[in-house]
Design a protein around this ligand. Structure first.
Ligand code: 13P
Length: 251
């Protein structure tokens, strides 16, 4: 089904990639014309952000980061601000990925502050939400995701500076995906929640699905109403796999 917005296929490399991985980015750039119906974004680890941004400049591939601190600068050893990321050449930053929510105890309020920091620096925030297996088994998926959207998405955001990614925690890195109906239900809820939160008449914000997206299952997922692209983990590390997913975006 044709989409109302141009789909975004984003690769989250997580804690993977060394200087030699620039060749994988080169392959993505070289093959990007095979995916004419999608925007392409690669989010390498912080160590590679500047080199990737320099290499991708002027191509059809955008570069993003995986996290930012909420302050613009200051005594936060090891952290990186949204302004620094902007300076390094990125245009997107992922905030509130479930791995950060779990590993670094990031609350909805922290995620919201990070999204605001991204906006302050002129970056698009990709705000991640998603239920755990226990939430899903208890029948709480819609409540949990609804609460995460309310708490993590800043008021007044727009399609120009916000993307939301629905990533069920139990689907990440497991090879298991929710049913089409389950994804449809959650994306419908997110779309509704966003339309109440964002300014009236604004363009629809892109809502990505993430969690075990592969070239062999992406078509069904990308066809779902209100699925405006994918946030891809493991399969984004290989240019051919990533491009195959991007090429499956419906016209
Ligand atoms: P996988 O595609 O490896 O399941 O990871 C999804 C994810 O967490 C992307 O942010």
């Amino acid at each position: 089904m044709a989409k109302m917005t141009r789909p975004l296929i984003a690769g989250n490399w997580k804690m993977n990639g060394l200087a030699g991985s620039l060749s994988e980015l080169d392959a993505i750039i070289a093959g990007s014309s095979s995916a004419p119906f999608a925007d392409l974004l690669v989010c390498p680890p912080a160590t590679l952000v500047a080199a990737f941004a320099a290499r991708a400049k002027g191509t059809g591939v955008m570069i993003g980061a995986q996290d930012c601190h909420m302050a613009p600068c200051g005594p936060h050893t090891g952290d990186i601000s949204a302004e620094m990321l902007r300076d390094a050449g990125v245009s997107f930053v992922i905030v509130g990925h479930s791995e950060r929510r779990a590993d670094h105890h990031e609350s909805d309020e922290i995620v919201r502050q990070k999204a605001l920091a991204a906006h302050r620096a002129g970056l698009t925030a990709i705000v991640c939400v998603g239920e755990t297996k226990a939430d899903r088994d208890a029948g709480n998926t819609l409540d949990v995701v609804g609460r995460q959207i309310s708490g993590s998405v800043p008021d007044g955001a727009s399609a120009a500076n916000l993307v939301v990614a629905y990533e069920p925690v139990w689907a990440i890195g497991t090879g298991v995906t929710p049913t089409v109906r389950d994804v449809e239900q959650v994306h419908e809820l997110i779309n509704l929640k966003l339309s109440m939160k964002l300014s009236i008449g604004s363009q629809p914000v892109r809502i990505l699905y993430g969690g075990s997206v592969k070239s062999n299952n992406c078509k069904d997922l990308l066809d779902i109403l209100h699925v405006d692209g994918a946030l891809v983990g493991g399969a984004s590390l290989n240019a051919a796999d990533f491009l195959a997913i991007a090429a499956a975006v419906p016209k």
